[in-house]
Design a binder for this molecule. Structure first.
Ligand SMILES: *Cc1c(COP(=O)(O)O)cnc(C)c1O
Length: 407
């Protein structure tokens, strides 16, 4: 059974029934609301701690009406890895990476799409479509295959090759579009009438946030309900950041958090695509579309987000900020994190390493504050960003071992 009570417009608070398919309300997203008093009676921290370590352990705070509609590939809790060497590099004593690359399909998009596809199945939907910067398409294709649904994916023509292949491999009808994710979004909107598919665009249905919310629930549990001071999050459409803040609000209402303090949320973007940072800096609640968006961190190449005001509200309410890092240095930060800690961070998370450098140098992050970086995907999905010319040993070549070791 589900504890969902109704859906609520994020912009004007209108209530809508949750027992049928809902999308946007006046072109803006919906929140899923729960009877938290009843959740609090049904679920205890102790009970949760004994359940299997997957995102479904917070069952009462999740929307599926019955377990049979859940579509899963085994979304395990992801490790919270202490990173002493990376922290030391920037004069910080308490830095962690929450490593979402270990989820099915190699990115945290699995959390959102597992939930969205589960809810689509609950409502009897059999054909789905998505515009994607890459990983969301891969995750949707996989979960749609798992649910036996027909899937259509539209991605920019220069999306990382692995994302193209993984969608095709999972049987999704996959198309490369001349343009950006916003152009892909237009195609999904236009094709809907002719083909009757359900549009799984970021925030255009209410349940992806609920999947991403489990990052915040998990993080709180891993920190023993005492939240860290700072969270650095690579921000594209913003579902993860919004979802985590929703998780913290719900946990506070349940009385599960050890104290009142909330993490300062940092929305990290590349200066090659920084609409949220621009809006933050100019004091706006809505962001202008970013012209000429270009970044190797394809997951955050989102020039316009429908949930812009939700991201900006959440960042401001938390006392956080929005930071754009230098695009040409992203590969350098990828290498730094992998070299110091052995964690293969994606370019998006590498941008967060850049933000860590900036915010520790400026004193915005203090040496003893507890800081978490989200590694939202696996570096291995981005061969284009990792290419390197390695030294070669010819057949029969006499190796100079000293030189080899020092090279
Ligand atoms: C989608 C994506 C992001 C951005 O996530 P949002 O929650 O949509 O802001 C960041 N990193 C990676 C690897 C992604 O695939």
């Amino acid at each position: 059974m589900s504890y969902v009570t109704y859906l609520e417009s994020a912009l004007d608070g209108t209530h809508l029934p949750a027992d049928r398919v809902q999308t946007l309300h006046n072109d803006r997203p919906l929140w899923v609301r729960y009877d938290l008093a009843a959740v609090g009676r049904a679920m205890t921290k102790e009970a949760v701690s004994r359940r299997p370590p997957t995102m479904w352990r917070y069952r009462e705070l999740l929307p599926p009406a019955d377990d049979h509609s859940i579509v899963s590939l085994g979304e395990g809790m992801t490790p919270l890895l202490p990173c002493a060497r990376l922290g030391e590099q920037f004069g910080l004593r308490q830095v962690w990476v929450k490593d979402e690359s270990q989820l099915p399909t190699g990115s945290f998009k699995s959390r959102g799409l597992a939930m969205a596809i589960s809810m689509a199945r609950q409502f009897g939907i059999t054909r789905v479509a998505i515009p994607t910067a890459g990983n969301a398409g891969g995750a949707m294709a996989a979960y749609a295959a798992r649910a036996g649904m027909e899937a259509f994916v539209f991605m920019p023509h220069d999306t990382p090759a692995i994302n193209q292949y993984e969608c095709h491999l999972a049987g999704a009808k996959t198309f490369l579009v001349d343009g950006l994710i916003t152009d892909c979004g237009r195609l999904v909107r236009e094709g809907k009438e002719a083909l009757g598919w359900f549009d799984l665009s970021t925030l255009k249905e209410p349940y992806r946030i609920e999947g991403k919310k489990t990052m915040g629930l998990e993080l709180a549990e891993q920190f023993e309900w005492r939240l860290p001071e700072v969270i650095l999050y690579p921000t594209g459409g913003g579902t993860g950041l919004i979802g985590m803040c929703k998780a913290f609000d719900e946990l506070a209402q349940l009385g599960w958090l050890a104290d009142e303090r909330r993490p300062r949320m940092v929305a990290v973007q590349s200066d090659g695509c920084a609409p949220i940072v621009r809006a933050f800096e100019s004091g706006q609640r809505f962001a202008e579309p970013f012209a000429g968006a270009a970044t190797v961190a394809s997951g955050i190449r989102v020039p316009a987000a429908v949930g812009d005001f939700m991201i900006l509200d959440a960042v401001r309410a938390s006392g956080g900020c929005a930071v754009a890092v230098e695009e040409p240095r992203i590969r350098e930060w990828m290498r730094l994190a992998a070299r110091l800690e052995g964690i293969a961070v994606c370019p998006e998370a590498a941008a967060c390493v850049g933000a860590l450098e900036r915010l520790s140098a400026s004193g915005w992050i203090k040496p003893d504050e507890r800081v978490v970086i989200f590694n939202t995907g696996a570096a291995q999905k981005y061969p284009e960003a990792m290419q390197v010319e390695l030294p070669r040993i010819a057949k029969g070549e006499r190796v100079d071992w000293r030189q080899l070791a020092s090279g």
